[in-house]
Ligand binder design. Structure first.
Ligand code: SAM
Length: 283
C-alpha cells in the first residue's frame, strides 16, 4: 500500500494561475513539502487550503528525502511545491524525485506555471529546439567563458537572471556575441509590470542600461541560435565534433550522411571537413 508523490507547479506571480486540480491535490495529500513554508502559506490561505507542511529546501533536501520516501511507502501521499513555478526547474526537488524513482514510488506531475515555458511561448523565437541553462555563473569571467561555449549554438537558448545581474550579464553577452543577434528579455511575467522585449542584442542592452525599470524584477533571457553561415564554407565546432565521432565508427560517406541528418549542415561542407579531418588523422 504505497502512497504517491505529486510534483505540483505553483504560480510565478499571478495567484490566479493555479489549476483546480492543484488545489484539490494540495487539500487531499497528507503532507506538503514546501521550499519555504511561510511563503507557500500565502498561496494556501488564498485557496482555503490547510494542510500539514514540511520544509524541503536546497540545504536539507538530501537529508530529508529518504525519510519522506519511507513515509510514502507506508501509504501517505506527499505534494512537493517550490516558491514559484515548477519544482526542480532551478528549484529544489531533484533528490526526492530521483529517490522516489529508484525506490519504485509513483511520481505524478500537476502541471502549471513555469517561467521558462511562459517566456518561450511569447518570445517569438524558434521553440522547436531549445536548451535551458538555468542560472548563469556569478562572476563575469565565468559568464563570458560560458557564453563562448554557446556562441555557435544553433538552437534557441534560455537562462534565468536576477535583477542584481541582468545588466552585467547582458554586457558580458554583448562582448561575446555579435550585436545583431536577436535576444528576448522577459520580465515580471504574469505580474503588473510584465514586459517582453524582442530586439537585437545591441538594442536590448541599450534599453536595459537606460531604463532603471528594466533592471527590476525577475527575468528570463532568451537568445536566438546562431545562423549557420552557408557562404563561409565552414562548419561550427559542434558540427565538427559530431562529424569526428561518426568518423571514428563509419566511412566518410556514411559519417557525412548521418552528420547532415543530425546537424542540418550542408553536405558539401561536411564532406570537405571530413576529408581534412581524415588527413589530420593520417588516414
Ligand atoms: N521553478 C521556477 C519556474 O518554474 O520557472 C523558477 C524558479 S527560479 C528559483 C526563479 C527564477 O525564475 C527567477 O530568478 C527568474 O529568473 C525566473 N522567474 C520566475 N518567475 C518569473 C517571472 N514571473 N517572470 C520572469 N522570470 C521569472
Amino acid at each position: 500500500m504505497c502512497g504517491k508523490l505529486y510534483v505540483v507547479a505553483t504560480p510565478i506571480g499571478n495567484l490566479a494561475d493555479f489549476s483546480y486540480r492543484a488545489v484539490e491535490i494540495l487539500k487531499k495529500v497528507d503532507l506538503i513539502a514546501a521550499e519555504d513554508t511561510r511563503h507557500v502559506k500565502m498561496l494556501l490561505q488564498h485557496y482555503g487550503i490547510s494542510n500539514k507542511l514540511v520544509s524541503l529546501h536546497q540545504h536539507n533536501e538530501e537529508k530529508i528525502a529518504p525519510g519522506l520516501i519511507e513515509q510514502i511507502k507506508t501509504g501517505i501521499s506527499v505534494a512537493l511545491v517550490s516558491d514559484a513555478g515548477t519544482p526542480l526547474l532551478s528549484d529544489p526537488g531533484m533528490p526526492l524525485v530521483k529517490l522516489a524513482k529508484q525506490q519504485g514510488v509513483e511520481v505524478s506531475p500537476i502541471p502549471g506555471a513555469c517561467a521558462l515555458i511562459s517566456a518561450l511561448s511569447v518570445s517569438g523565437l524558434p521553440v522547436t529546439k531549445f536548451t535551458f541553462e538555468g542560472f548563469l555563473p556569478r562572476t563575469s569571467s565565468a559568464r563570458k567563458a560560458f557564453f563562448l561555449t554557446k556562441k555557435d549554438e544553433t538552437a534557441t537558448w534560455v537562462f534565468y537572471e536576477s535583477s542584481h545581474r541582468i545588466l552585467a550579464s547582458l554586457q558580458d553577452l554583448a562582448e561575446i556575441l555579435p550585436g545583431d543577434r536577436r535576444v528576448v528579455v522577459a520580465r515580471e511575467l504574469t505580474k503588473l509590470f510584465e514586459t517582453v522585449v524582442n530586439d537585437s542584442l545591441e538594442n536590448i542592452l541599450d534599453k536595459v542600461k537606460n531604463d532603471n525599470n528594466m533592471q527590476k524584477g525577475e527575468f528570463v533571457v532568451l537568445v536566438e541560435g546562431a545562423v549557420v553561415n552557408k557562404k563561409a564554407g565552414d562548419i561550427t565546432e559542434e558540427q565538427k565534433k559530431v562529424l569526428q565521432v561518426l568518423l571514428q565508427e563509419c566511412s566518410i560517406k556514411s559519417a557525412v550522411a548521418m552528420a547532415v541528418e543530425i546537424t542540418g549542415a550542408r553536405k558539401k561542407l561536411l564532406y570537405q571537413a571530413a576529408l581534412s579531418l581524415n588527413e589530420v588523422d593520417g588516414k
